[in-house]
Design a protein around this ligand. Structure first.
Ligand code: 13P
Length: 252
């Protein structure tokens, strides 16, 4: 946790969720409205097909809504893509960019991730910029160097605590049940905090730095209370409201 920074717990549904899943979002909204996550802000990032309907379900409440990706251009001949202004129009306030699944499976570079983050800011969205090393990179002792390089290449110029969130997600921890040690997380988040100060100046000390990768109700307290860990980006455990809220309850 960082003094003076409001924690943030977000669910990344990835390519999961259909109309029937909106009930989970309604349950999350009820919990957010009831303050079940204490001071923490809660958000859910369903697939784009559910955004508009989810926005309708959460209107007037305290649950925030995010998307999982955006195109760098605001409109045009890009079949199948979705722009940041479209996401904003559908009711999102956040958009994840640079998730490792997109960096790996869609060959997204730091430059493209930065262009997407810039498009997000231009549209009035807050960009959740994801970074993280592979198992080989960690074993080679390069984890901090890799994440530093990704952040320098991916963060949008002119960002600040209200427009950018960083999510550190070691690739080898995503969906595996494995997590880094508290010492490794503290070391990485400390390095990210220092870098954010260099890039954004004083605002960098207030940016939220999330941890992502196999966060579960059983390990969330150990991870979320570490220095410079300002919340979590949760995959599998965010699909069911009960599990997601059990994690968010770490902030109660
Ligand atoms: P899991 O929580 O399923 O490991 O996924 C983490 C993630 O990729 C969040 O963006």
């Amino acid at each position: 946790m960082t003094p003076g920074v409001r924690p943030f717990v977000a669910g990344n549904w990835k390519m999961n969720g259909v109309f029937a899943s909106l009930g989970e979002i309604e349950a999350m909204r009820r919990a957010a409205d009831a303050g079940e996550a204490g001071e923490a802000e809660l958000a859910v990032c369903p697939p784009a097909t559910l955004l508009a309907q989810a926005a309708w379900k959460i209107r007037g409440g305290k649950l925030s809504l995010g998307a999982q990706d955006c195109h760098p251009e605001p409109s045009g001949a890009f079949t199948g893509d979705i722009s940041a202004p479209m996401l904003k129009d559908a009711g999102a306030t956040y958009v994840i960019v640079g998730h490792s699944e997109r960096r790996t499976l869609h060959y997204e570079t730091d430059a493209l991730v930065r262009a997407k983050a810039e498009a997000a800011l231009k549209a009035g969205l807050t960009a959740i910029v994801c970074v993280g090393e592979t198992k080989e990179e960690r074993q080679a002792g390069d984890a901090i160097a890799v994440v530093t390089r990704q952040l320098k290449g991916s963060l949008p110029p002119g960002g600040g605590p209200d427009s950018v969130v960083v999510s550190y997600e070691p690739v080898w921890a995503i969906g595996t049940g494995l997590t880094p040690t508290p010492k490794d997380v503290t070391e990485m988040h400390g390095a990210i905090r220092t870098l954010l100060g260099e890039i954004y100046g004083p605002g960098g000390s207030k940016l939220r730095i999330l941890y992502g990768g196999s966060v579960k109700p059983g390990n969330c307290r150990d991870l979320l209370t570490l220095d410079n860990v300002d919340g979590a980006l949760i995959g599998g455990a965010s699909l069911k409201a009960a599990e997601f809220l059990a994690i968010a309850a770490a902030y109660r």
